[in-house]
Write a protein that binds this ligand. Structure first.
Ligand SMILES: Cc1cc2nc3c(=O)[nH]c(=O)nc-3n(C[C@H](O)[C@H](O)[C@H](O)COP(=O)(O)O)c2cc1C
Length: 187
């Protein structure tokens, strides 16, 4: 059987104790072997500058290559001021350029927004989806994942504390796997 292609996980927070990073790690722990989730870091990226398109910095080239090599992309992000954190938008812009050479093009995607607040980052989730339409990424529609109450989600070792959260995340990953199968392209 062919080795499954990696799924790039892009976390929209650089915070050391980020709930979103914890969730990405918890997802890695529960994902089946057929879904190798790999966190692709964005904190080392420069601020996007179109002047760099002709000769991008090494960090940008490496990031773009990691996205290009992935079979799909999972975004796990907080909401900042009812929108996408700047660091995540910056990473998206970097791998989208030069024009016509986007690394995101055609890759199946899914979005999880996670916040300590009650509405689970709905605003960020949907602002992100707006960019993904332009980037030509088929995005998983259901189940939607607006996860609230982040501060009460994890146990001391970072695992998902509540069985219902774990069940939901398993269902989400199963749906994403089917979505990748349906809309993804071979390497
Ligand atoms: C600049 C800034 C803006 C924020 N805006 C929102 C917001 O619009 N909605 C929300 O639910 N939480 C908001 N928060 C709170 C974040 O959801 C919270 O800090 C969360 O823990 C960030 O995710 P992380 O734990 O993965 O770093 C904001 C936090 C910061 C620092």
């Amino acid at each position: 059987m062919a080795t499954p292609r990696k799924i790039a996980v892009v976390v929209g927070s650089l915070r050391k104790d980020s709930f979103n990073r914890k969730l990405a790690l918890a997802l890695q722990a529960i994902a089946p072997g057929s879904m190798p989730l790999e966190i692709v870091e964005i904190g080392q990226l420069p601020l996007y500058n179109q002047d760099d398109d002709a000769d991008p910095l090494a960090a940008s080239v490496a990031f773009k290559e990691q996205i290009a090599a992935a079979g799909a992309v999972l975004f796990v992000t907080p909401e900042y001021n009812r929108s996408v954190p700047g660091v995540l938008k910056n990473a998206i812009d970097i791998a989208s350029r030069p024009y016509g050479k986007s690394a995101w093009d055609g890759k199946p995607a899914a979005v999880i927004s996670l916040s300590p607040g009650a509405i689970g980052g709905f605003g960020a989730n949907h602002h992100l989806r707006q960019s993904l339409v332009f980037l030509n990424m088929p995005v998983l529609q259901q189940p939607e994942a607006y996860v609230g109450g982040a501060a009460d989600l994890f146990d001391e070792s970072g695992g998902l504390k509540k069985p219902e959260t774990k069940q939901f995340m398993e269902k989400f990953l199963t749906a994403f796997a089917a979505w990748i199968e349906k809309t993804g392209k071979p390497a």
